[in-house]
Design a protein around this ligand. Structure first.
Ligand code: G3H
Ligand code: 13P
Ligand code: ZN
Ligand code: NA
Length: 308
């Protein structure tokens, strides 16, 4: 069934694993992810960004997720990713989302608290859970482009105050991850000391990692080998994600890895089969690649297999 994230996160926290939150934009992406989660008997978060809503038309995504629920016997939370205003959060709640993120990370502390509280109040009255963000990630999102020097790591004391004053259900923190395929210039590094500090100040509380793709090199190489050009792409090593999952991180966001896998599969197929023009012939392998990536994450990295 469609569920909010409350029970999922409680179990994830206690079991020291994380639930994968995967961005969806079309049918093949949803099918690949849901297939993997069903085979692994894992809880799942499907998340929709404002860009995804604009691309697909919100109703198509919602109906595809409803189809997935009917097709497979798993728990899925339908989540708004990076909601920029109270209004978009409200819209998604009214549309049947079970979870929303209000991203006030670009606002002042007080303004972030004010709107987060407003979203929490509206959401909780409708059994919807809310994620907020404190601190700024570097990197590229749809409309926001935060330069590395403008990124600020989450302050542990502020995180506690933020959670207490807003009643928000989960908190995305900045400890060195970033959105997109170019996360580190040199060696990958996350501020685990900060994560441990925040986690110890908020016992039992679910934290969220955005920008957590590992930028799997096999797919980067496949893209580059078959006509692509994404040199120097680098992500968060899997060991770091597994470690974070044991330190209170209950939700790990992945979009870039799905994009890379899908694109690699399509590139490879089209180069190897220049005379084929049936979209099912290249979207099929793309869907298989998505499934493989998600299954690997769930089973080998996040540890959420057999959680339902
Ligand atoms: O955090 C951003 C996600 O990767 C979604 O990306 O806004 O281009 O859909 P998008
Ligand atoms: P990646 O770009 O690392 O996949 O992060 C996705 C994300 O945080 C979506 O909110
Ligand atoms: Zn994000
Ligand atoms: Na966890």
């Amino acid at each position: 069934p469609l569920v909010n994230t409350r029970e999922m996160f409680k179990k994830a926290y206690e079991g020291k694993y994380a639930i994968g939150a995967f961005n969806v934009n079309n049918m093949e992406i949803i099918q690949g992810i849901v297939d993997a989660a069903a085979e692994e008997k894992s809880g799942l978060i499907l998340q929709v960004s404002a860009g995804a809503r604009k691309y697909a038309n919100p109703i198509y995504l919602r109906k595809l997720v409803e189809a997935a629920i009917e097709d497979k016997d798993i728990d899925i939370a339908l989540h708004l990713d990076h909601g920029e205003s109270f209004e978009i959060c409200k819209q998604c709640i009214d549309d049947g989302f079970t979870s929303v993120m209000f991203d006030g990370s670009a606002l002042s502390f007080e303004e972030n608290i004010r709107i987060t509280k407003q979203v929490v109040e509206y959401a909780h009255a409708r059994n919807v859970t809310v994620e907020a963000e404190l601190g700024k990630l570097a990197g590229v999102e749809d409309d926001v482009n935060v330069k590395a020097e403008d990124a600020t790591y989450t302050d542990p004391a502020q995180a506690v105050e933020f959670v207490e004053r807003t009643g928000v259900d989960s908190l995305a923190i900045a400890i060195g991850t970033s959105h997109g395929a170019y996360k580190f210039k040199g060696e990958p590094q996350l501020d685990f000391e900060r994560l441990e500090k925040i986690s110890s100040l908020l016992p039992g509380y679910p934290l969220v990692l955005h920008g957590a793709s590992s930028v799997m090199q096999e797919y980067v190489q496949m893209c580059n080998e078959y006509g692509g050009s994404i040199p120097g792409a680098k992500g968060v090593p899997e060991e770091m994600l597994a470690r974070a999952a044991k330190l209170g991180v209950c939700k790990i966001n992945v979009d870039t890895d799905l994009r890379l896998a899908m694109t690699a599969a399509v590139r490879k197929f089209l180069i190897e089969n220049p005379s084929v023009f049936d979209p099912r012939k290249y979207l099929g392998p793309a869907r298989d690649a998505i499934k493989e990536v998600v299954q690997h994450k769930i089973k080998d990295v996040f540890g959420s297999s057999d959680s339902i």
